[in-house]
Design a binder for this molecule. Structure first.
Ligand code: ZN
Length: 202
């Protein structure tokens, strides 16, 4: 599956000169929500991810996504796996399970994001699920920014990765970018102006 091609076609993977949320500059930018704009494309991606998970023989009862970014990916993945779909959301700074959603003691939960960068939100979701007595058995995302190591990838994890090494991360592809501080950015040196995608003027 040409995951990068699908992201480019959806304008979810942009090429140019961008300011990342870290403040660094890059010639690539992921606008993850765009790949889910077309429900058919979303289900094709989720089915491919579900296939990887099913081949691992890990038993999943429920997919849980951290809101907001993970909800659509989590829902589509749950549909493809034919399991329940729930989400946790941030309330006054900390993640909570709300809206009548419940987890059972011993229930096997997979935490799903649209993209895993360092895995911070996924880990917050995992923490609340485990506090409620369920088991977090795996993590999944459509795209992996290459800080964490996904199943089957040769890219080794970076120190920024917050996900545990004893639980698998399933993702369709690695999206590793060249990143530069603004001072060292070769594109800035040619006089090009970096933009922030997602902002109104981008
Ligand atoms: Zn630059």
């Amino acid at each position: 599956m040409d995951v990068e091609g699908i992201y480019k076609e959806a304008e979810a993977l942009l090429e140019g000169h961008f300011i990342l949320s870290s403040g660094n500059h890059s010639n690539r930018y992921l606008q993850s929500a765009k790949v889910l704009e077309d429900p058919k494309r979303a289900s094709i991606l989720a089915e491919a991810l579900a296939k990887m998970i099913q081949e691992s023989d890990i038993e999943i009862d429920t997919v849980c996504a951290p809101a907001l970014g993970g909800i659509l990916a989590g829902y589509e993945l749950a549909r493809a796996l034919d399991v329940r779909s729930i989400f946790v959301e941030r309330k006054e700074g900390s993640m909570e399970l709300r809206r009548g959603f419940e987890v059972k003691k011993g229930e096997n939960i997979l935490i799903c994001e649209d993209i895993i960068t360092t895995g911070g939100s996924a880990m917050e979701a995992a923490k609340i699920i485990e506090e409620l007595g369920a088991n977090v058995v795996a993590f999944a995302s459509l795209a992996n920014r290459g800080f964490c190591q996904r199943q089957g990838s040769q890219i080794s994890p970076k120190s920024e990765c917050k996900l545990p090494t004893n639980k698998p991360l399933f993702a369709l592809d690695d999206f590793t970018f060249e990143m530069y501080t603004p001072e060292e950015c070769p594109m800035c040196k040619t006089g090009s102006q970096a933009i922030k995608p997602g902002s109104r003027n981008a």
